[in-house]
Each structure stands twice: as structure tokens, then as C-alpha cells.
Design a protein around this ligand. Structure first.
Ligand code: NDP
Length: 338
């Protein structure tokens, strides 16, 4: 099968690419510049590199940004992961909401207009589009939508959550309103840990969700562990990648959201895993008393129902220990190499 994958330099996209290649797919990866495309190509194993080409899409918010690449060759599937993910944005509209929402509606419009061979589009949404703090239900599943409003979206600290909700809603509205020949599935993955993308040039550019592990390992929390809130659930990126590939190819996945989540974590628990497994970062860790005495896991907390992802996509979730150990190994390897 031939797949268009957006945001190829990204943490999650790099694992989706690996997973697609393991499944024998040919992949066109979009990146923001030629130079970034070269980094992605160089990160690939020689045996599979022939299956990959890159295409430059400098800004997904631009009208018709994906027209050229979609017209260039017939695709069977599209996986859209590209979207800004930071904790704060200087300009919520320009830096976050526009690329997220216009990027999503733009790619769907281009597929609808120019790519009649595409059978399924998978979009990386987020658990952010599901969770509705502070009014948590007992158990979350795919029927929930974030309660974040347009007004909230203008707050630089809430723009990201809003961008995920409104872009996902725009995607579902597009397929409903346009009698598309493709079906849509969304992956609503939780906070995601796992090995860094091989194309990453420097730890200064580490992706947002892995940064807290890096911060713990390099001593940025030596004087005290930062609060874990607001998210206490995680998933490993390799499970997220497989979920994307299965959501693309499993017929029954069409028209569905998938809440992709493995279990609970706190910064304190991550700290404990670092202490147990990595002697080389021991001196950077916060005092043991902080780790043991102040675990901020909420006594009253929500549960999650990930049965749809297990039943329809066949995901068997990796646990926190495996995910953290593999993440730290990849952080230490990049540190050594740079
Ligand atoms: P990364 O920051 O590693 O990847 C984001 C990707 O999007 C990069 O390739 C980036 O390109 C690209 N991108 C951002 N803005 C633009 C733009 N305006 N034009 C073109 N490309 C753009 O983050 P993740 O891999 O973590 O995120 C990927 C997706 O997963 C996002 O949709 C995110 O919301 C979602 N997600 C992530 C979670 C997590 O915990 N990591 C949890 C749930 C969902 P460049 O590298 O050139 O900047």
C-alpha cells in the first residue's frame, strides 16, 4: 500500500513510519524543509530506505498546502500527525490553532478534491480532545469530548488542548458534510512516552511529552519533583504507532475514535524507575524523600476504558517500566552521540 504520512520529523510520526515500513508500505513523508527531509532519510535503515520519499510542505496552515503532493501519485491511505505541540504558544491562533485546524481541514479538502484513490484517513487527535477537567466522569471512553471553549483557546496555556478538540471536530464534520470516498479514524492517544526519533539532532529539541523524563534525568528537578498534573495517564509511542497503522487497514476502524491509553503515571513513579535502572543519572535525581513522600497521584481519580483499541485494533499495551527504560536509553544514546 502507498501511504502519505505528515509531520515526518515528529516523535510520533517517526514511529508510525517505522511501523508502516515493517508492514511493507511505501511511504511519502512530508517535512518542512529539504534539510529536514534529509535528516529523516539518513535516519532510516538502508534496507527500507528505498520505500520512502520525502515531500516538502512548509506550512500545513497554508491553503492547498497538500495539493501538490496528493496529485503527485495515487495514495491508498493518509496518516496526518503534523500539528504543533508545545505547553504554551506566544500567539495561540497563528502558532497553534491555525496549523492544527486549517492543517486538518486543508488536508481533508485536498484529498477529497485530488486523491480519489484514498480509502482511509487516520488523524492523530489526542486524549486532550476527550478529557473534560475538572468534571471528570468515573470512566472515560470515546464518547467524551473536552469541554474547552473558543474563549479558553485564546489562553496560551490552553490553546493546545483546544487545537486538538476543534481540529478533530472539524475533521468529523468534514466527512459528514462532504460524502467523502474515504473514511476517517482518529487516534486519541494519551500523553506519550518512548524512544526518541532517530532524526532528532539535539536533546534541546526533544518533544514535549518526553521532556519531563529528560528533565528528571538531567537534574532539572533535583530540588523537587514538578507536579504531574494535569495528565496522569500515558501510552508508549510504539503502541500509538501500531494503533495508527491498524486504524488505517482494519475495515471496522472506519468512522471511529480510539482512546489509546496504557495506564497511570506520576513524575514520582518515573523518578523511581530512573533510580532503579540508571545508576548514571542517580546523582541528578531529586531526594529520595521527595520521591517517596510526595507522590501526587490523585486519591480520587478517573478510570479509562481502552477496550475499543484492544478489540478493534488488537493493541496490547506496554507498561510504564518498559516505556520509561527504553526512553531513557534513547536519551542517553543521543547524549553520548552529540
Ligand atoms: P512533535 O513536536 O515531535 O511533532 C510535531 C510535528 O508536526 C513535527 O513534524 C512538526 O514539524 C510538525 N508541524 C508542527 N507545526 C507545523 C506546521 N505549521 N507546518 C508543518 N508541520 C508542522 O510532536 P508529537 O510527535 O508528540 O506530536 C504529533 C501529533 O501527536 C500531534 O498531532 C500531537 O498533537 C499528537 N499527540 C501527541 C501526544 C504526546 O504526548 N506526544 C499525545 C497526544 C497527541 P517540525 O519538526 O519541522 O517542527
Amino acid at each position: 500500500a502507498k501511504v502519505l504520512l505528515t509531520g515526518g520529523t515528529g516523535f510520533i510520526a517517526s514511529h508510525v513510519l517505522d511501523c508502516l515500513l515493517r508492514h511493507g508500505c511505501e511511504v511519502v513523508v512530508t517535512v518542512r524543509s529539504e534539510e529536514k527531509g534529509e535528516r529523516v532519510m539518513q535516519s532510516l535503515d538502508e534496507k527500507v530506505a528505498a520505500l520512502v520519499t520525502t515531500a516538502v510542505v512548509a506550512n500545513i496552515a497554508q491553503d492547498g498546502a497538500f495539493d501538490e503532493v496528493l496529485k503527485s501519485t495515487p495514495f491508498d491511505y493518509v496518516v496526518h500527525t503534523a500539528s504543533p505541540y508545545q505547553l504554551r504558544f506566544d500567539d495561540p491562533v497563528k502558532d497553534c490553532l491555525d496549523p492544527a485546524i486549517k492543517g486538518t481541514t486543508g488536508i481533508l479538502r485536498s484529498i477529497h478534491a485530488h486523491a480519489p484513490t484514498v480509502k482511509r484517513v487516520v488523524i492523530t487527535s489526542s486524549s486532550a480532545a476527550i478529557l473534560c477537567p475538572p468534571d471528570h466522569p468515573d470512566v472515560y471512553d470515546e464518547s467524551f469530548w473536552s469541554s474547552v471553549t473558543w474563549e479558553d483557546a485564546m489562553d496560551p496555556a490552553k490553546a493546545y488542548v483546544a487545537s486538538k478538540k476543534f481540529s478533530e471536530q472539524a475533521a468529523w464534520a468534514f466527512v459528514e458534510d462532504n460524502a467523502t470516498t474515504f473514511s476517517l479514524a482518529t487516534i486519541n492517544n494519551s500523553y506519550t512516552f518512548g524512544p526518541l526519533q532517530r532524526s532528532l539532532a539535539s536533546l534541546d529539541d526533544i518533544n514535549t511529552s518526553n521532556k519531563r523524563i529528560y528533565d528528571l534525568a538531567r537534574g532539572a528537578m533535583r530540588d523537587g519533583i514538578e507536579p504531574t498534573a494535569p495528565v496522569f495517564t500515558f501510552v508508549d509511542v510504539r503502541d500509538v504507532a501500531l494503533a495508527h497503522v491498524r486504524a488505517m487497514s482494519v475495515p471496522e476502524a472506519g468512522g471511529k475514535r480510539f482512546y489509546v491509553v496504557s495506564g497511570f503515571f506520576t513524575n514520582h513513579r518515573i523518578c523511581g524507575l530512573l533510580r532503579r535502572h540508571f545508576r548514571e543519572v542517580y546523582d541528578n535525581l531529586p531526594p529520595l524523600s521527595d520521591e517517596l513522600g510526595n507522590d501526587d497521584f490523585p486519591i480520587v481519580h478517573w478510570g479509562f476504558d481502552n477496550s475499543r483499541s484492544k478489540d478493534v485494533l488488537g493493541i496490547r499495551y506496554m507498561n510504564l517500566e518498559q516505556s520509561i527504560v527504553d526512553t531513557v536509553k534513547s536519551i542517553l544514546a543521543l547524549k553520548k552521540a552529540t
